[in-house]
Design a protein around this ligand. Structure first.
Ligand SMILES: [Zn+2]
Length: 598
């Protein structure tokens, strides 16, 4: 038994999430966490909405609301979407809590004391009319290298060169068209080169990482530069230093505060659990959390934050970069065990794009289809290790041919036949070699499937689980219990159905991390009572330190099935099943394609 941290990337609260967002890391981190809990580990799965930064400020201005109001709106939408998918967070919170501010400031303070945060004077672009800083991506102008007229302040999309905004010819604000002013401004930088050696040593000891993630992370170390961690902005966490604390125009940069969310959410969870120190079992590098494991789930565009920047913050906080130093008051902290990065999902061959309507939001999806249908697609055909295309035709095909005709059919015909002929789990007589062989296949599935999930190979894992289903369907077709109608055949029919139902029960347990909603239903159809697959709930909570209340996602996951075969008890009453999965009409494909932008 280990303490296992499942740290899931924080969705940015500037709009609803589409299925591409939840395919790469949302659902896979839940499958992993559910399996690890069932296998007896003590899992802490945390995340929340990422709510600071210029894009939220800009959008709030455009909508005529405060950034907090905008963040409140989308925090709630995202919490409801993740709830609808059944993602079993121990705590899904947000970055605007006072607890988060305090933890961010604690890390900033210790890193500064240890010499890893240094002040520098830089040139910043300002809007003359609002006095606000214009971030690079909101500045547009002519590229000084190729003459392209719509180059961005950070990069020219025409020639691909990296730019600084003051290099642009005729720079203008993308927000209101005015010409920005460039003024000297002081900012704090994280001294990343001071961690290159320590991070290199840590990466050298990593095992089992996806090779592309490890290679990419190592390459990042070749060119580490100090990185700005403050901005000229009012919306964000204040800088906790004398002379800066009360300034309204300088804030900690959003990426610095968001990665600290994994730690602050764990601390918030502990404070709400009644044992404020409980987070240490997952985080302390000495004592309670020394042997814990920490898995970070994200899309590939976020690898740098998890394999370089977050480790740098943790090392610097613990006093372990080139400059040494003393650990902060939380003590030395654990680095990630593994950075589990996914690839991209596209939609009908195109990049997801809200503006071009190449999109389906989680909410709209869940209004029309079951959560488990999407969870199945993501596990079987998601962007685990390759960029992957979502097409409606493939979604319908996998739902109908695999989920409904494979698993749903096995559940439906074995349970209907047993309910109709016996009204209960029938008693098994003497077992034949075929019976024994099928039971053995199902039992072996626990080992095979569990090992693959633990290694983040979910596509292979669900493939193995579906092989058990296929074997059971084949067994039923060969044994044909529906033909055994006479009185003297009845005991053999009972045995076959008992074996089939036992395998349905085992396959259902193996499929539970992937398909928790339907697993609960199948469990109940087999006469089970109580919780089989625990679900998250939305609770409205008070901020622990006096801020406004907000919704969180959490649940009691100590209940439910374990990762083992549970023998069915003959005589347990059963009733005729309703179908667990819905077959989709082929017309769905055309309807959905019409909804997409052309
Ligand atoms: Zn250019």
């Amino acid at each position: 038994m280990s303490h296992v941290l499942a740290a899931v990337a924080w969705p940015y609260a500037n709009g609803p999430r589409h299925i591409g967002h939840v395919s790469g890391f949302g659902v896979p981190s839940d499958v992993f966490s559910r399996y690890m809990r069932m296998a007896g580990h003590d899992v802490l799965m945390v995340s929340g909405t990422d709510e600071h930064g210029t894009p939220i400020q800009v959008q709030a201005d455009a909508d005529g609301v405060t950034p907090r109001e905008l963040a409140d709106r989308y925090n709630r939408v995202i919490v409801e979407d993740l709830h609808g998918l059944g993602l079993s967070y121990d705590l899904f919170t947000r970055t605007t809590t006072r607890n988060h501010y305090a933890v961010v400031q604690e890390l900033f303070g210790a890193l500064h004391r240890n010499g890893y945060i240094v002040a520098r004077t830089t040139l910043g672009a300002k809007s003359p009319s609002t006095g606000r800083t214009l971030p690079d991506r909101y500045i547009e102008g002519t590229c000084p290298i190729c003459g392209y007229e719509s180059a961005r302040g950070d990069q020219c999309d025409n020639c691909g060169n990296q730019l600084d905004p003051e290099q642009l010819i005729n720079p203008r604000s993308k927000i209101n068209g005015e010409t920005p002013e460039f003024v000297e401004t002081e900012h704090f930088f994280l001294d990343l080169p001071a961690f290159a050696e320590a991070i290199g040593n840590w990466l050298d000891q990593r095992e089992n990482w996806r090779p592309n993630v490890l290679k990419f992370s190592r390459n990042l170390l070749d060119d580490l530069q100090p990185r700005a961690i403050t901005r000229d902005l009012e919306w964000g966490v204040p800088i906790p230093l004398d002379g800066w604390r009360d300034r309204n125009d300088k804030r900690i940069y959003v990426w610095f505060d968001a990665v600290i969310g994994y730690l602050s959410a764990s601390i918030e969870w502990a404070r709400r659990s009644g044992d404020p120190e409980a987070w240490r079992k997952w985080w302390s590098a000495d004592g309670a959390g020394k042997d814990s494991l920490a898995y970070y789930f994200m899309g590939k565009d976020n690898i740098v934050f998890h394999s370089v920047i977050w480790p740098a913050l943790l090392l610097g906080y613990s006093g372990e970069g080139d400059k040494g130093g003393e650990p902060g008051e939380l003590g030395r902290l654990n680095l990630p065990t593994e950075v589990v990065s996914s690839e991209y999902l596209t939609m009908e061959g195109k990049k997801f794009s809200s503006s071009r309507r190449v999109v389906i939001y989680v909410r709209d999806f869940l209004e029309r289809y079951d959560a488990d249908a999407l969870r199945y697609f993501i596990a079987a055909a998601g962007p685990e290790s390759n960029d992957t295309d979502f097409t409606w035709a493939e979604f319908v095909r996998r739902n109908n041919d695999e989920l409904v005709a494979g698993w749903g059919n096995l559940v439906n015909r074995s349970i209907s036949m047993a309910a109709k002929n016996f009204g209960a789990i029938p008693e098994a007589g003497e077992l034949t070699a075929e019976d024994e062989a099928l039971l053995a296949v199902a039992k072996a599935g626990f080992g095979t499937v569990g090992e693959l999930i633990a290694k983040h190979r979910q596509k292979a894992a669900i493939g193995e689980a579906m092989k058990v289903v296929a074997e059971a369907n084949k067994y039923l077709s060969e044994q044909a219990p529906w033909k055994l109608k006479s009185e003297e055949d009845k005991p053999r029919q009972a045995t076959i159905l008992h074996v089939a139902l036992q395998v349905v029960s085992d396959a259902n347990t193996i499929l539970t991390p992937f398909l928790p909603h339907s697993a609960q239903k199948v469990f109940e159809l087999l006469g089970g009572e109580g919780v089989h697959a625990p679900m998250p709930r939305i609770d409205e909570v008070d901020d622990l330190d006096g801020g406004p209340s907000y919704p969180v996602l959490r649940g009691d996951y100590t209940v439910g099935a374990r990762w083992e075969s549970v023998p069915l008890v003959a005589g347990t009453p059963m009733s005729a099943p309703k179908p667990v999965f819905k077959k989709l009409e082929p017309s769905v494909i055309e309807e959905e394609l019409e909804r997409l932008g052309s």
